[in-house]
Ligand binder design. Structure first.
Ligand SMILES: [Zn+2]
Length: 319
């Protein structure tokens, strides 16, 4: 039997189909809208967790800062004391070493000073590590907990670094940089004052005074600079390794609270977790309207995370 549809029924069926399609379309749009809203809400919640994590980690850094400072003070005090003693010894030995008493009895033997200084700095990294490692280790455990428990809501990943190992690596790296900087500064002073025919011993002594307490009071004691820079660096590098262990692939530069015109350029910039915000030789340029001059990033490793400069309190977060 053939089913025939008369014209009127056909019209009705078409109209019903159109209506049904409209309903379905509306429903699909509604679902899509709902999904969009859910996605937007999830993104907003994620942003909220990121901001809270960064704020919390910065707060912990502020709480740890006095401990970083005590460690840095112990390092610099011991260093200045040892170098003053080397200065004295190098002067006395210079007098004894000469067959003919030199015209100036108190002349400093620069060769002896350099030799003794090198010997001192060969052994000094152990002292630096002993001071820094416990502080950084305790800090790393707290930072990991904020990132895993609070921000990402995950169990610590299996390949998450042990806080003490992170601290050991960080302390080693800091010891290298500190010893390199100190010897570099002193050797530059020796070379400059020799060239200018100035009193080398007085010039060295002046720098040691600056390291101790900022010198004339206008400058900042070295321990303050160190604790500021290294606590920011520790926070950022521990955060980065924690994110990497959790499988996070992108990082974003975050302002700490007092970001300057230079740091403002980087705030909100993203990079892959294995990459750099700037490579060696690239600049951070605040633009012509700013009073701040562009800053060229130097160093083989480039700029993988904060700090950008002395006094920078920025950090990084998962993007
Ligand atoms: Zn900064």
């Amino acid at each position: 039997m053939m089913v025939t549809v008369d014209a009127v029924t056909h019209e009705r069926l078409v109209a019903e189909e159109v209506a049904l399609n409209r309903m379905a379309g509306g429903l699909a749009a509604e679902i899509a809208h709902g999904e969009g809203e859910a996605r937007a809400a999830a993104a907003a919640a994620k942003k909220q967790r990121q901001l809270r994590s960064a704020a919390l980690r910065n707060k912990h850094r502020a709480a740890f800062l006095p401990m970083f400072k005590r460690a840095a003070q112990a390092i610099v005090r011991q260093e200045v004391k040892a170098l003053r003693s080397i200065l004295r010894r190098s002067r006395k030995r210079a007098v004894r070493a000469d067959e003919e008493p030199p015209a100036d009895d108190g002349a400093l033997s620069l060769a002896m000073f350099d030799e003794e200084m090198a010997k001192f700095y060969e052994a000094f990294p152990d002292v630096i590590r002993r001071q820094f490692q416990p502080v950084v280790g305790a800090f790393a455990a707290v930072v990991q907990s904020v990132i895993y428990d609070d921000e990402l809501g995950v169990d610590p990943p299996e390949d998450a670094a042990d806080p003490d190992e992170l601290a050991a690596d960080f302390a080693d790296d800091f010891a290298d940089r500190h010893v390199g900087s100190a010897q570099g500064q002193l050797r530059a002073i020796v070379a400059d004052s020799e060239e200018a025919g100035e009193d080398t011993e007085a010039a060295i002594d002046e720098r040691l005074g600056q390291w101790e307490d900022g010198g004339d009071g206008a400058a900042v004691a070295w321990a303050d600079k160190i604790s500021g820079l290294e606590s920011v660096r520790a926070l950022a590098s521990i955060s980065k390794s924690s994110y990497a262990a959790a499988g996070i692939s992108m990082l974003v530069w975050m302002a700490g609270g007092t970001s300057c015109a230079l740091c403002d350029v980087l705030v909100g910039e993203t990079t892959e977790i294995g990459g750099n915000f700037r490579d060696d030789g690239e600049t951070v340029d605040p633009g012509g309207d700013s009073d701040a001059a562009p800053l060229k990033v130097r160093g083989e490793g480039g700029l993988p995370h904060a700090p950008l400069h002395s006094g920078c309190d920025c950090t990084i977060s998962a993007e």
